[in-house]
Design a protein around this ligand. Sequence first.
Ligand code: HEC
Ligand code: HEC
Length: 244
Amino acid sequence: MNNKHIKTVVGVAGLAAAMMISPLFAAGHEAAVAGKAPSTNVAWTAEQVRFVAQGDKTRGAQLSESLFCASCHGNAGVAPSSNWPSLAGQRAEYVFKMLKDYKDGKRKGSHAAEIMTAEGQLVTDQDMADLAQFYASFPLPSLPEGVTFDTAMGEQITYLVRRGDGKRLLAPCQSCHVSNGEGQATDTPALAGQTPEYFIKTMQDYKTGARSNDVYSRMRLIAKVLTDEEIVQLAHYYAGMTAK
Ligand code: HEC
Ligand code: HEC
């Protein structure tokens, strides 16, 4: 009883303190404070899942050309530059959610995200579903051009991916992203074959909280406890995954 009471008092005091000093906090800290706007407007109801599943990939292919998505993400979803993400073989629900998040101003963090926020204004929900099915229709990219995969990646990184790290409360990456890196339902993205520079940048954006469109802070909490060196190693590990 007493304990409970103390916790409540501390909780309220903590909340009040957070509210008072919040303008002094960086955006990243703020995003972690409970009661903020939701991290996304996308809710995976059965209807929403069906809507994305019924996207028309042929129309998506036309849109990718006419809206110049292909100029940055490649004709078949394999990005020509390591700074830009590949979309080939990406999960349709994830692509749909990202486009929606950019359009709604939920995925921010960089100049690159601003480009995509502008792109998002050009597309309707139907376009997003069509584009998502178009990209999902390709196989995952193989090792990005110009990137060499260090097969002696080190047991430590492999261990982190497969087993996590209990000391840091780190769940294994593969428990969500799956052992071959192809992601899973509903919106856990594929990582296999992703361009490493983009991977590193987006992990850093989660780490600082600049990217905050992950529901329940799932990736922000993980990125925060990884070292910069581990992030680089993980990027190369996943880049080389389809090449093994
Ligand atoms: C000028 C280059 C450019 C154009 C044109 C462009 N993109 Fe992007 N796209 C990017 C960059 C850079 C990012 C990463 C942004 C970030 O860090 O948030 C990105 C991110 C994305 C993502 C999220 C990828 C992920 O793995 O999370 C999707 C989905 C996407 N773009 C789809 C599209 C679609 C569809 C179009 C056309 C309507 C398009 N893009 C046009 C450069 C571009
Ligand atoms: C609890 C489940 C979970 C675990 C564990 C997890 N992830 Fe994620 N990850 C997600 C989800 C869900 C997203 C998409 C979040 C969003 O909507 O922005 C994501 C997104 C990502 C992205 C962004 C992909 C893109 O295309 O932009 C990267 C990179 C990533 N995770 C790497 C990792 C690594 C490396 C680990 C292990 C250290 C890991 N994740 C562990 C669920 C997880």
